[in-house]
Design a binder for this molecule. Structure first.
Ligand code: FES
Length: 165
């Protein structure tokens, strides 16, 4: 009989449980109806949803982990994997594509040595492709955190990245 080795990933992130209590109890009143908003707040704090924080949340508000995972995986804005300090959204929608978005994306991948959905080893950047950011006339468009960089050429990518620690 074939044996299958199960490896459990151990998360080493330090979760501040007192801070979590503040979020879950004070901000959202231990109310399971506020699950999505609580998850949004946790993600803003850690840039992703750490499993220990989700397990703690499940116990505190009395919601099964399966339900929390269900919500966390349903919405693309949530991430269960650690992400970089800076989130790069490169638009690969049609309007940006015809104006050179693919070349900008290639430059990003070359400089960061990561591809779509990956995070640099130093956790400085996470690269994510999107289909339209809603400002097509500025294409090709690159968004880093909340900053829009429009009409960007592949030659300008390094200068833009250098602005982010
Ligand atoms: S296609 Fe890129 S912003 Fe719309």
């Amino acid at each position: 009989m074939k044996e299958v080795a199960m490896m459990e990933t151990v998360e080493t992130i330090d979760v501040d449980y007192m801070e979590l209590d503040d979020i879950i109890e004070k901000e959202f009143g231990l109310n399971k109806e506020n699950l999505i908003m609580i998850l949004q707040t946790i993600q803003r704090r850690y840039n992703y949803l750490p499993k220990p924080a989700l397990a703690y949340l499940a116990t505190k508000i009395g919601v099964p982990m399966s339900q929390i995972y269900g919500v966390a995986t349903f919405y693309s804005t949530f991430s269960l994997e650690p992400r970089g300090r800076n989130i790069i959204s490169i638009c690969l929608g049609t309007a940006c594509h015809v104006r050179g978005g693919a070349r900008v994306n290639e430059k990003l991948e070359e400089l960061l040595t990561i591809t779509d959905g990956q995070t640099t080893e130093d956790k400085r950047f996470t690269l994510e492709s999107v289909r339209c950011i809603g400002c097509c006339s500025l294409g090709p468009v690159l968004k880093i955190n909340e900053d829009m960089h429009g009409r960007i050429s592949s030659d300008e990518v390094k200068k833009v990245l250098d602005q982010y620690e």
